[in-house]
Ligand binder design. Structure first.
Ligand code: ADP
Length: 254
């Protein structure tokens, strides 16, 4: 087990030219929980993840990780602080094998040439062999042990998403942010994802996921934050959040 980290974002604001992607977004995630972020298209969910992780610079607002204020956030600094993430469109190295893609996730934690050397080469060096074994374990953990040698780019979309999770885990994050992990997954893969998320939580990782798949949210999330037009509408346990009149209004456009 590792030390899961809490995450608190307060009053995040982000404008793109005339578009206010975030007006005032709040997010409070206790350590060791699964937290879903939901909301209609364009409500600011991805921008929220991007401002938290420093992929996009926020105009205002604060982010605390494990109680520590994270100022001047960059993807690199956030990764070193223990934050892993995946993207709406998987960002893999398509020519490399599934195993090597996971292996390269170790670079976020070790920054050692051994990580790069290990990828694509026979495990000649002890260090490289240890990394490859660890990568294989994560690949199995996400249910992809049988496609280890296949090119990442040739895998079906659902498997690429699971592969991205494996790569993020290889960095041994304390907080994992997932952007629509269920998109494009088959029913079987969806079941597996639900189990996987609970195992990740049990392993001491705080999980935040943007998710449209309401059944998955209801099944795994400890709490849900609903975004609407760039602001937090409410945060509550799924049973409350997903049946709230204001939330139904937003989704159904009543
Ligand atoms: P969601 O993830 O909930 O669909 P987004 O965070 O992707 O919402 O987008 C929120 C709003 O910000 C949308 O109106 C979107 O078009 C706009 N937006 C997001 N990223 C950019 C960008 N890089 N440049 C301009 N507008 C953007």
């Amino acid at each position: 087990r590792r030390d899961a980290l809490s995450l608190t974002a307060r009053g995040l604001v982000k404008g793109f030219g005339g578009v206010r992607a975030l007006r005032s977004a709040d997010l409070a995630v206790p350590a060791g929980t699964i937290h879903a972020v939901v909301g209609p298209n364009g409500s600011g969910k991805t921008t929220l993840l991007n401002t938290i992780t420093g992929y996009v610079r926020a105009d205002d607002g604060t982010v605390r990780l494990g109680g520590r204020a994270m100022v001047r956030r960059s993807p690199d600094r956030m990764a070193r602080a223990g934050v892993g993430r995946t993207f709406q469109t998987p960002r893999l190295l398509p020519e490399l094998s599934a195993l090597d893609n996971v292996l390269l996730g170790a670079y976020a934690r070790e920054r050692s040439p051994a990580v790069v050397i290990a990828a694509g080469l026979p495990p000649a060096r002890r260090e490289a062999a240890a990394l490859a074994a660890e990568a294989m374990a994560y690949l199995r953990f996400v249910g992809l042990g049988d496609v280890a040698g296949q090119q990442a780019g040739a895998l079906p979309h659902g498997k690429q998403r699971l592969l991205e999770i494996g790569r993020a885990l290889m960095a041994r994050p304390s907080l994992l942010l997932l952007d629509e992990p269920a998109a494009g997954l088959s029913m079987t893969e969806l079941d597996a994802l639900g189990r996987l998320l609970r195992e990740i939580r049990a392993d001491g990782v705080t999980v935040v996921l943007i998710e449209h798949h309401i059944e998955l949210v209801a099944e795994v999330a400890d709490a849900v934050t609903v975004l609407h037009e760039g602001a937090t509408l409410l945060s509550a346990p799924p049973a409350t959040a997903l049946t709230d009149d204001r939330v139904l209004d937003v989704y159904l456009g009543r």
